[in-house]
Structure formats: structure tokens, C-alpha cells
Design a protein around this ligand. Structure first.
Ligand SMILES: C[S@@+](CC[C@H](N)C(=O)[O-])C[C@H]1O[C@@H](n2cnc3c(N)ncnc32)[C@H](O)[C@@H]1O
Length: 242
């Protein structure tokens, strides 16, 4: 796996040089006003949405995650050129970063737009959304926080919609005109111009009591080194029988 790289306004560090989970406000040392709200984009690609949002909302912190170095470097250089001191970029694998590197409950929004659909069934395990990785994504949100999702890959979108609706902590909204006024991502703009159908969801964390999907962890098996001793009453029965 590539080493995780972190860039803030062009200053770049390796994850190994920082404490984990990341103290995000400490990374924004050049911002004079303390940043209270954070938004995250997973898979920012060419960074069009992330850069525009960071420019338009200087009092909010933005965190972008991207695994492809070419896109990461492109957005890192743009952020440095435009002095976007409220933007933290992570080059790395999203599921690793969500599970091991990022703090919990710090974001008001998580944006996932046009994630790779991995259409072949043997590749489905690479998708960002299954019950387990959905729990990792939701872990970033504080109560009341919102996950925004869009795709043109309607089969995948339908599955993600079912997954979100089956989650006990979420209130899900679907609408063709969600986020009509705000910056579009590269793919959103391209597909919009082509007139392609786009599925959009917004899922709000309405309850903080159960942040686990009922199907999450279904593949987890726990084994102990030795089987537990039977309760005393049972061993007494066995002994007296024998
Ligand atoms: C189809 S592009 C969409 C880019 C952008 N969101 C847009 O709408 O224009 C999907 C992006 O997610 C990134 N990506 C895919 N899997 C990833 C992962 N596991 N971790 C981080 N980024 C990932 C890809 O490198 C790519 O840039």
C-alpha cells in the first residue's frame, strides 16, 4: 500500500510524522479563526467540488481523501496556489483512513459522489459501500450530520439506497434536485450535460443510539484459544452421571 500523505495548503507530511487519530484542527495552523465545522469528501478526483466548497466557506474545515496520486497532487497544488488554508488532503486508501487514522464524530457532512461502481460481481468487495464500510463512513459524522451520495450507476445506487434505508440511525431523502445550487463535481457536471440519470441520496444521522448497520460485521467470526469451561452445574451433572 502507498504511504499516506497529508497536505495542508501545499505543506506535505507523511502520516508517520503525525499522531493518530489525526488532530485535524492542529493541521490548520495558518487559520486564524478556530474551525468548528468539518466536511469530508471521499474520492475527490479532480477536486472541483472540494476546492470550490473550501473557497466559498473559509470558516469551515474541508478534508479530502483520494487514493490516486495524480489527482491528489493536482488538488494539492491548486490548494497551495489559492492559499486554501482550510483544506486538508489525504492521499491514501479510504477504508484504511476511515478505520485507523481519522477521529470519530467530527464532521457535519460526508460527501461521496460517483464512487467507482466496480460493476463485476467479483469486484463488489472493492466498493466503498457495504454494511461494514458504511458504518466506517458514518462514524465520522456527529449527530445530525449528513451523508450525501450520488451516482449514475443506477444498480449500485439502488443497493446503496436500500442499505441506507435499512440503517436504524438514518433518515434518508432521495430527490433528483438535491444540491441544485452548489458546485458540481467533475462527473456530476459531465453526466448532467449528457442528460444521464443521476440517483442522489441524503442520509441524516437522526439518532446516536445505534450507529451500526444490522448487517455490519456479519462476516466477523470470533474464536477463543480454548473452549469455555461448562458452567459448574453442568459439570456436576456430568460427573454424577459418570
Ligand atoms: C469516478 S471518480 C469520481 C470523482 C469525483 N467524486 C467526481 O464526482 O468527479 C471516483 C474517485 O474515487 C477515488 N477512489 C476510488 N476508490 C478509492 C478508495 N478506496 N480510497 C480513496 N479514493 C478512492 C478514485 O481514485 C476516483 O478519483
Amino acid at each position: 500500500m502507498l504511504p499516506v500523505r497529508i497536505a495542508v495548503a501545499g505543506r506535505e507530511q507523511l502520516l508517520a510524522e503525525l499522531d493518530v487519530p489525526l488532530e485535524l484542527p492542529d493541521l490548520l495552523a495558518q487559520v486564524t479563526e478556530p474551525v468548528r465545522d468539518w466536511e469530508v469528501e471521499i474520492g475527490f478526483g479532480k477536486g472541483r467540488f472540494l476546492l470550490e466548497q473550501a473557497r466559498a466557506n473559509p470558516a469551515c474545515g474541508f478534508l479530502g481523501i483520494e487514493v490516486v496520486s495524480k489527482y491528489y497532487r493536482h488538488v494539492r497544488d491548486r490548494a497551495a496556489r489559492d492559499h486554501l488554508d482550510n483544506l486538508v488532503l489525504l492521499r491514501g486508501e479510504a477504508r484504511y483512513l476511515l478505520a485507523a487514522v481519522l477521529p470519530a464524530s467530527f464532521a457535519r457532512s460526508v460527501h461521496v459522489y460517483f464512487p467507482d461502481p466496480w460493476p463485476k460481481s467479483r469486484h463488489h468487495e472493492r466498493r466503498l459501500f457495504d454494511p461494514e464500510s458504511l458504518d466506517l463512513v458514518l462514524r465520522l459524522l456527529h449527530p445530525g450530520g449528513v451523508l450525501s451520495f450520488a451516482t449514475d450507476f443506477l444498480d449500485y445506487g439502488k443497493l446503496v439506497g436500500e442499505l441506507l434505508r435499512a440503517h436504524p440511525a438514518l433518515k434518508v431523502e432521495t430527490a433528483a434536485d438535491l444540491w441544485g445550487g452548489r458546485a458540481r463535481t467533475h462527473y456530476e457536471d459531465k453526466y448532467h450535460r449528457e442528460g444521464r440519470e443521476i440517483l442522489r441520496f441524503e442520509a441524516r444521522v437522526a439518532s446516536c443510539e445505534n450507529l451500526f448497520h444490522p448487517l455490519g460485521g456479519r462476516g466477523v467470526v470470533a474464536a477463543t484459544a480454548k473452549p469455555p469451561e461448562p458452567p459448574e452445574s453442568v459439570s456436576q451433572i456430568v460427573k454424577s452421571d459418570g
